[in-house]
Design a binder for this molecule. Structure first.
Ligand SMILES: [Zn+2]
Length: 335
């Protein structure tokens, strides 16, 4: 596109163009649950700079944004070197989620932390490496990875042959220095669920869960219905205020037993499911049941349950603000 428009001026650079759009792939076999859908959303971006130096700065800026995004999702990821030296581009990284269903084989060095895509390493070395390309240690192990994002510093690999130029400060045409960046948006969701979930229950990254809290009240016609409903209604307001009303799913299908609704809530993997049942109205120490998405369940009084909701919301706010430090052990490793 930039090759066919009249040359742009160095004053208009850097230029970063992105699009989010559906991609289609004619998969013969749909395998691995959500992983191989025929339609998926992809975000890609192309950047244009005046020099290798400024393009490298752009690469660092975009990479930092990608690193932040993957830390916010709290799914363990590895960032691997994908530069071969043969691509024309001098810098390239892939972001992978580690999963046995991954289609890429990654090599990890336990000595220095280097990680690479074995296919890329084999292409550049002509054979499978037996020692770490970075520190020469032989403590290499292989894991399967699902690629969820990719960054490339392309240099003038495409702009030169296509004649995509800009006018430099002396008014002379000069090749644009390009970068290319992609995130598989729907693939991240599918791969994150693949990595975190169990066979029976979905587990979501906190920031991607459709709801924070699911509230289940008493069954119609049960002994505890009236007094428990009073607590349920109070919680609707209190929980909604703490986490935002749009983040609270109220399962008010009162014709269903609590057990049936709880089973469905667990399958959907809400981070917190609060049950107001018979124990909520017992005269001695009334308790709510709170089910966590990691399979744990707790019996808490109302204030303790609300505290848990507040902590969950605070955790999400911290992630959005880039405060990862206190949650670091859960973020996993970035190489
Ligand atoms: Zn190493």
């Amino acid at each position: 596109m930039l090759a066919t428009t009249s040359p742009i001026s160095y004053r208009q650079l850097p230029l970063r163009l992105y699009q989010i759009g559906p991609k289609f792939r004619d998969e013969l076999k749909s395998r691995f649950g959500l992983m191989r859908a025929k339609e998926f959303l992809m975000k890609d971006m192309y950047t244009f700079d005046v020099s290798e130096e400024t393009a490298t700065r752009t690469y660092a800026t975009v990479s930092a944004a990608y690193d932040r995004l993957f830390q916010q999702l709290e799914v363990p990821f590895v960032k691997v070197n994908a530069a071969t030296g043969m691509m024309g581009g001098s810098l390239s990284h892939e972001y992978h989620y580690i999963s046995p269903v991954g289609e890429d084989t990654l090599l990890q060095c336990s000595s220095c932390g280097f990680a690479g895509n074995s296919e890329v390493l084999e292409t550049s070395l002509q054979e499978s490496p037996t020692s770490c390309p970075s520190c020469k240690s032989t403590s290499l192990s292989t894991v399967r990875g699902v690629e969820v994002a990719h960054t490339f510093l392309l240099g003038d690999k495409y702009s030169k042959p296509l004649g995509a130029t800009f006018l430099n400060t002396s008014g002379k045409p000069q090749s644009l220095v390009m970068g290319c960046y992609g995130i598989g948006i729907t693939r991240i969701i599918a791969a994150a669920l693949e990595v975190l979930s169990t066979d029976q229950e979905l587990r979501w990254p906190k920031l991607l869960a459709p709801y924070d809290v699911c509230l289940i009240g008493p069954k119609q016609g049960s002994k505890e219905q009236q007094p428990a409903e009073a607590i349920e209604n109070e919680l609707l307001g209190n929980i909604g205020e703490l986490c935002g009303h749009q983040e609270l799913l109220h399962d008010d299908r009162k014709e269903l037993t609590i057990g049936k609704r709880l089973l469905e809530a667990k399958r959907l993997g809400h981070p917190l499911t609060v049950v107001v049942g018979a124990k909520a109205v017992q005269p001695e120490a009334p308790k709510l049941e709170v089910h966590l998405s990691d399979g744990d369940s707790l019996e808490l009084d109302i204030n303790e349950a609300l505290k848990l909701v507040a902590e969950h919301s605070q955790h999400k706010r911290d992630l959005l603000l880039g405060r990862f430090e206190q949650y670091k052990e859960k973020v996993g490793h970035q190489l």
